[in-house]
Design a protein around this ligand. Structure first.
Ligand SMILES: Cc1ncc(COP(=O)(O)O)c(C=O)c1O
Length: 437
């Protein structure tokens, strides 16, 4: 008789029970939003926007920070503020949301897709080193899901090769490395406040930076190129800026309603990050004892780890299934629909990263060849997506210890019934079919 729920057996967690949902809000958020609706400041540069910008920047221990339209634009503005443009090479990880690489193409730079460490799925610094050429101008590091790269070593490497460092922190609100916030290590960092993120405002983004000069450039770039004196005095900068001339740019601003939601969310965020981190440490401890399964690596320098997704790896050889089938069987045990899924597609085989379909990038034969995703070899990224990686959204970590125990029990059950598991096919995982070129 079948034991596994996917084959009709009794699930570890019965359907219908309540699990945490995301995003969340409370009456204070509603009151803040209502206040804006009644006010005459709906757009950018409002009181709430700057209050939030100062508080969030301070929380992440960075120097300067400002809101922008979303996390994709945040990376683009970071590149533009650093003067990166046509034909410059920018090293990016091969497994990330496609925006990390697309933003590089949107400034006509070349995104050099680079393989990652198997333990964390963050940039492998040996591979970064191997991909540095005389054209390399910057590295965009992504601290992916619930992992953080070796920041100290990466900062050293960038200094040694005279490269800018941009931190894509879309997954990392609330992560601290030796007590210092991620996003404060790079020249510029970029953040996303999209609905699924740890600090959401529906859509929205943010940049942090180290210098006043970069802050002024970012301010102008997000605001149709208007020079910084248009900005209210913030971060203790009382003096008018030296920057008088405008820059060429567009509208990448955030509204005051979004800022109100961010201020509201920031009150809860650290508590939520701590809860997820506590549950993740507990669950990782249980998974570490399960044969055929390994938790993601956590560097000892991390003093608080934030999670956009909780991830772990299976050994497909030992278990006789790939991650897609494993996720299908795990979702059936936990009655979680398609919540557990493989991680992002590797960018050399990603349906949503198809730069050759866009006329805008048809700059020259040389450029088209350089940005062709198929030219990059990314074995670790491919293994993560096609074979070993299992992910679930951070909201799963906002449940109780009981649910963490159930996840571990379900994983253990699948491992204990390998022979039945081997017959499970297919399963979860979003795949986007590329447009015909
Ligand atoms: C790693 C990473 N970078 C950048 C982005 C882009 O952020 P946004 O959706 O706010 O444009 C995302 C969004 O999911 C992301 O996951």
């Amino acid at each position: 008789m079948a034991k596994l729920a996917i084959n009709g057996g009794k699930p570890v967690r019965a359907p219908g029970g309540k699990l945490a949902t995301w995003p969340v809000s409370d009456p204070v958020d509603a009151a803040l939003v209502a206040r804006i609706t009644k006010s005459n400041r709906w757009s950018f540069d409002g009181k709430y926007e700057w209050e939030f910008a100062e508080k969030f920047t301070k929380y992440q221990t960075a120097k300067y920070g400002l809101c922008c339209a979303n996390g994709t634009v945040g990376i683009q503005l970071a590149l533009e503020a650093l003067g990166i443009g046509a034909y410059d090479e920018v090293i990016v990880p091969g497994i990330t949301w496609q925006a990390t690489a697309s933003a590089c193409l949107d400034v006509n730079a070349v995104a050099v897709l680079t393989d990652v460490e198997p333990e964390t799925w963050c940039l492998d610094l040996d591979q970064v080193q191997a991909n540095i050429t005389p054209r390399t101008k910057a590295v965009v590091v992504v601290h992916l899901y619930g992992s953080t790269c070796d920041i100290d070593a990466l900062v050293r490497l960038c200094k040694q090769h005279n490269l800018y460092l941009i931190e894509d922190c879309a997954h990392q609100h609330g992560t601290f490395w030796k007590g210092k916030g991620v996003g404060s290590f790079g020249d510029v960092s970029s953040w996303s406040f999209q609905e699924s993120k740890v600090l959401p405002s529906g859509e929205g983004g943010f940049n942090m930076c180290k210098t006043k000069d970069l802050f002024e450039k970012l301010y102008a770039l997000r605001n149709c190129g208007r020079p910084y004196p248009a900005c209210p005095p913030v971060f203790g900068m009382k003096k008018p800026s030296a920057m008088e001339t405008a820059l060429h740019s567009g509208n990448y601003r955030l509204t005051e309603w979004q800022a109100a939601l961010l201020l509201g969310g920031l009150r809860r965020m650290d508590r939520q990050v701590k809860l997820r981190d506590k549950n993740a440490i507990y669950l990782n401890g249980l998974l570490a004892e399960t044969p055929g399964v390994s938790p993601m690596g956590r560097r000892p320098q991390i003093t608080q780890q934030s999670y956009f997704n909780f991830a772990f790896k299976i050994d497909p050889k030992e278990l006789g299934v790939d991650n897609r089938a494993f996720c299908a069987a795990l979702n059936a045990e936990l009655s979680t629909g398609d919540a557990f899924e493989p991680p992002y597609e590797p960018l050399n085989k990603c349906g949503l990263y198809q730069p050759l379909t866009k006329a805008r990038y048809n700059l020259s034969k040389q450029y088209v060849k350089a940005i062709d995703p198929k030219r990059f070899r990314l074995p670790v990224c491919e293994d993560a997506h096609f074979q070993s990686g299992v992910c679930v959204h951070h909201v799963m970590l906002m449940n109780t210890k009981k649910e963490m125990d159930q996840i571990a029990e379900a994983v253990r059950k699948l491992v204990d019934h390998k022979d039945e598991l081997k017959r499970v096919k297919g399963g979860a995982g979003r795949r986007y079919r590329p447009l015909a070129i």
